[in-house]
Write a protein that binds this ligand. Structure first.
Ligand code: UDP
Length: 236
């Protein structure tokens, strides 16, 4: 039994760096591919959005003198690079998949549409939706909220390197405690930076629940699909 039938899996670009601290760590990439393969084999329909923070972020680029819009466009291209890397890793383990792009760039990937994504998922393909929202001043968290709502996912599974949402940053504050579940409003009121405000508001307004968990531990995606409570559930 699967807890969810259709998921939007958000992977951060930063996690793709693995232990090497930059670029794409092949070990981490392959671990993700194998976890996704397992989920695909149990019949879960999977849409994926990947960040680009391991390569470029528009906001930090702006801090170094880059034009913000061009910097964000570089960031969106970075998400396409990561998406192609994941696609290739999925090919290598025999998982049918396709990359769609929010900005036209055939033949790298077909231009995104909700219908293309749903049709492919219904055929059993994993669909990687790259390029974020296609617009600057957004993040891939917002991109994944948007795509999650569009493809009518049951949940957004937000894979991070911590195992859920805490009262404070557990890497800085040892007294921080973890929530097993929390409402969108409380996330916003407490200013918890699990996702940016736009992404949280998008999920709230469209009633897309979010499950935050540590995707970097192999086997955790399976546990979430089995219904094990290993992370934090964000809901209305
Ligand atoms: N980006 C954008 N619009 C979007 C999604 C992403 O402009 O809809 C740019 C933005 O510059 C962002 C970068 O792409 O910093 C990489 O995405 P993000 O920071 O969300 O990646 P992550 O933190 O998940 O690695």
């Amino acid at each position: 039994m699967n807890k969810f039938n259709r998921i939007l899996l958000k992977l951060s670009g930063e996690s793709l760096m693995g232990e090497q601290g930059h670029g794409i760590d092949v070990k981490r990439l392959n671990e993700y591919a194998l976890q996704i393969k397992e989920a695909n084999e149990r019949g879960v329909q999977i849409g994926i959005v990947i960040g680009g923070g391991n390569i470029f972020r528009g906001l930090s680029g702006a801090g170094k003198g880059f034009d913000r819009v061009k910097g964000d466009q570089m960031g969106m291209c970075a998400t396409v690079i990561n998406s192609l890397a994941l696609s290739s890793a999925l090919d290598a383990v025999g998982v049918k998949n396709r990359v769609l792009t929010a900005i036209r760039m055939e033949p790298i990937g077909e231009f995104y549409s909700k219908w293309k994504a749903i049709e492919a998922m219904e055929r059993g393909e994993v669909v990687i939706m790259s390029g974020g929202t296609g617009s600057p001043y957004f993040t891939t968290d917002t991109g994944s909220s948007l795509r999650g709502v569009e493809i009518e996912a049951d949940v957004m599974l937000k894979g991070t390197r911590v195992d859920g949402i805490y009262t404070a940053d557990p890497e800085k504050d040892p007294t921080a405690t973890k929530f097993t579940d929390i409402t969108y409003d409380e996330v916003l009121q407490r200013g918890l930076r699990v996702m940016d405000i736009t992404a949280t508001a998008m999920c709230k307004e469209n009633n897309l629940p979010v499950y935050v968990f540590n995707m970097d531990i192999v086997g955790n995606l399976k546990k979430v699909l089995d219904g094990e409570e290993i992370g934090t559930y964000v809901h209305a």
